[in-house]
Design a binder for this molecule. Structure first.
Ligand code: NAD
Ligand code: GLY
Length: 369
């Protein structure tokens, strides 16, 4: 993985051979004339966004495109509940109605919901067309826009329908975070904290110090958190694009979290909130296995609290509610539940040997809100 820098703009690379792509990070990148042009496949471009993001950033995104391209726009409804095959079908309908060919480019302008759906639409349209990620939430900037996981939810499980399909580039304009609601920002912090917990103890220690600056959107702190997160994710994706091994560690807290999201109904808990509570559950389970000390679990709880993330599961969720959903997790093999746990802070592992009684006791005694 290579890395270059200029005062306002940092560029990382996701190293995937002929499918390698850059991640540009900086304030004010959206709207700059060369921000998108080098990564367009041809002259047909469709910007897909949603009703919240369109009034804020659609014009700026359009302004980043060269005058000679044919630009279409599709504005979808907002929210996790819209992350469905029906919404993706609307993208395909719009592409076909516009007569877009195999050399078209889709631009995903928005958070992870838009990014995941547009990526999946691009993966399938005419057996695969180019797409560019322009993530506008913290969560999508540090996680979902990088790595090529695309897809939609199914009523029986989160992200159950999808494909691996890498973008041509990722454009992270850090200024877009200025309009993000604080609750959404906190949800993104969950994924930032995740990188420290699974792979980088120094980053975790820095985050513990920097949390107030991050929540105040201090530019230098934000730039460091986003860049370090993207770098860690890019390394993992380059090593294991299709999640045969190390990439599974990025799912710390997700098995519990996906169960919460699906049980509550998509969109009731934000994805990052569910992951936050899930990471605390994973840390407490790791402690019950004798891997983490009580002090380390307290550090996990404290940093999640400092990020204003939930520290308890939904009041009405029983042990069985969790287990039913967790058994559907994509990581499971031959009906063995596979969980990401922590050997220490900064070091995660995938385990399929957690005794059922221990897991059930953890879920039973974990606080409810
Ligand atoms: P989201 O896309 O729903 O965005 C959150 C909210 O913020 C939405 O209401 C959105 O319209 C609004 N918004 C977006 N940008 C804004 C801005 N700059 N200013 C004001 N409002 C803005 O949610 P998310 O947290 O970005 O993404 C969550 C999704 O990402 C989930 O579906 C999750 O499964 C997925 N995800 C995917 C991956 C992956 O690897 N593909 C990784 C993590 C999460
Ligand atoms: N967010 C998990 C992954 O990209 O693998």
């Amino acid at each position: 993985m290579s890395q270059t820098s200029s005062p306002a703009r940092r560029t990382l690379e996701v190293a995937l051979g002929s499918r390698s792509y850059p991640i540009h990070i900086g304030p004010g990148l959206l709207g700059q004339p060369e921000a998108l042009a080098p990564w367009l496949a041809g002259r047909q471009v469709m910007i897909v966004t949603n009703e919240v993001v369109a009034p804020l950033y659609l014009e700026r995104c359009r302004a980043s495109l060269p005058a000679e391209v044919e630009v279409r726009e599709l504005v979808l409804p907002d929210g996790e509940a819209t992350k469905t095959l029906a919404s993706v079908s609307r993208i395909w309908d719009a592409l076909l109605e516009a007569g877009f060919n195999r050399r078209c480019t889709l631009i995903a302008l928005g958070g992870g919901v838009i990014g995941d759906m547009v990526g999946f639409a691009a993966a399938c349209y005419q057996r695969g067309v180019a797409f560019i990620q322009v993530p506008t939430t913290l969560l999508s900037q540090v996680d979902s826009s990088v790595g090529g996981k695309t897809g939609v939810n199914h009523p029986l499980g989160k992200n159950m329908i999808g494909a691996f399909w890498q973008p041509r580039s990722v454009l992270i304009d850090t200024e877009t975070l200025a309009t993000l609601p604080p609750r959404e920002f906190s949800a993104g912090l969950a994924e930032v904290i995740k990188y420290g917990l699974i792979r980088d103890a120094d980053f975790l220690a820095w985050l513990e110090e920097a949390m107030p600056a991050l929540r105040a959107l201090e530019p230098a702190a934000l730039a460091r958190a986003i860049e370090r997160s993207c770098k860690l994710k890019a390394e993992i994706v380059a090593e294991d694009e299709t999640e045969q091994g190390v990439r599974a560690l990025l799912n710390l807290g997700h098995t519990f979290g996906h169960a919460i999201e699906a049980h509550q109904g998509y969109g009731v808990w934000l994805h990052g909130e569910a992951v936050g509570a899930g990471m605390l559950m994973a840390a407490e389970l790791s402690a019950r296995l004798g891997w983490l000390s009580a002090e380390e679990v307290a550090r996990v709880r404290d940093i999640l609290a400092a990020a204003a993330l939930p520290l308890a599961a939904p009041a009405d969720m029983s042990v069985e509610d969790f287990l039913v959903r967790m058994r559907l997790d994509k990581k499971n093999i031959d009906s063995r539940l596979r969980l990401i746990l922590l050997h220490s802070l900064g070091s995660a592992c995938l385990s399929d040997e957690t005794p059922a009684e221990l897991l059930e006791a953890l879920i039973e005694t974990f606080p409810r809100d």
